[in-house]
Design a protein around this ligand. Structure first.
Ligand code: HEM
Length: 233
């Protein structure tokens, strides 16, 4: 039996630390697609409930776009979707924080990077071919939609149980203000989905990566960066 050289014994734990994983690990992909289905249910049923007592006189959602035969039916779908959205969303936020994914992929965001990305976008030169790196606009969109997701749940709780959550409801002012905030959050999420899905379809390999996990990376870092880090140590 040959003995292991001391230098190799020393380097083994380091190699272990640099875990090889997919760009989008399986739990992330599962949570992403569960979220997409939950959002679809929430928006479709929310539109049915809205139609029953509209906020903006002229705005009604067509019957073929809504979920639920009657408002009460829409409400049941809405609560069903809510549990999936809240539990899955909480799991996604916990996963993103605990694994360091948010820190690695969504931070830091520098003003310089934002200006450069916006400048590139205005000249139609926005690059989206490096799947391992989110540009500043993507980072802001992803963080923004998470913040709006939290706000829509908070305003939804105040609408659902205004007596039990009266302190929360009071923060918004009137019941009608809570409805308006909830509606505007929905509108922002719909806007996000339109941009997000358009980009995913324009860069089909990003869509494929959200299905099959994408390239293997070191601890979520692009292979180049991870290798540079190992050399630097
Ligand atoms: C059917 C609709 C959807 C499609 C086709 C889709 C597709 C994708 C794709 C391809 C990515 C990877 C993007 C990239 O690597 O550049 C992604 C990431 C992401 N999507 Fe979606 N998505 C959908 C719905 C949604 C919805 C409804 C939300 C939230 C309201 C959402 C939030 C996110 C977030 C936060 C990420 C970043 C995940 C991370 O890297 O941690 N997506 N999506």
């Amino acid at each position: 039996m040959t003995s292991t050289p001391a230098s190799l014994e020393f380097s083994a734990p380091k190699a272990d630390k640099q875990k090889q994983r997919r760009l989008h690990p399986l739990p992330l992909r599962v949570m992403h697609w569960i979220n997409a289905v939950a959002i679809f249910i929430m928006i479709g049923s929310g539109w049915k409930i809205y139609n029953d007592d509209v906020i903006f006189g002229l705005l009604h959602f067509p019957d073929w776009l809504v979920i639920g035969k009657w408002a009460q039916h829409g409400l049941q779908w809405h609560f069903f979707g809510m549990w999936i959205f809240v539990l899955n969303g909480a799991a996604y936020l916990a996963y993103g924080i605990a694994t360091g994914r948010f820190r690695r992929k969504l931070f830091p965001i520098s003003i310089r990077e934002i200006l450069m990305t916006v400048g590139d976008a205005m000249r139609f030169r926005l690059r989206h071919d490096d799947l391992t790196h989110y540009n500043a606009v993507q980072k802001i969109l992803y963080l923004g939609v998470m913040a709006i997701g939290i706000m829509i749940v908070i305003s939804g709780l105040a609408l659902w149980k205004p007596v039990q959550f009266s302190a929360l409801a009071d923060l918004f002012g009137t019941f009608q203000t809570i409805r308006l905030v909830h509606f505007l959050c929905m509108a922002a999420i719909v806007g996000f989905i339109v941009i997000h899905v358009t980009l995913a379809l324009l860069v089909p390999q990003s869509l494929l990566a959200m299905l099959n996990g994408g390239p293997v990376v070191d601890d979520g870092e692009p292979p180049g960066e991870a290798a540079a880090e190992i050399q630097a140590h």
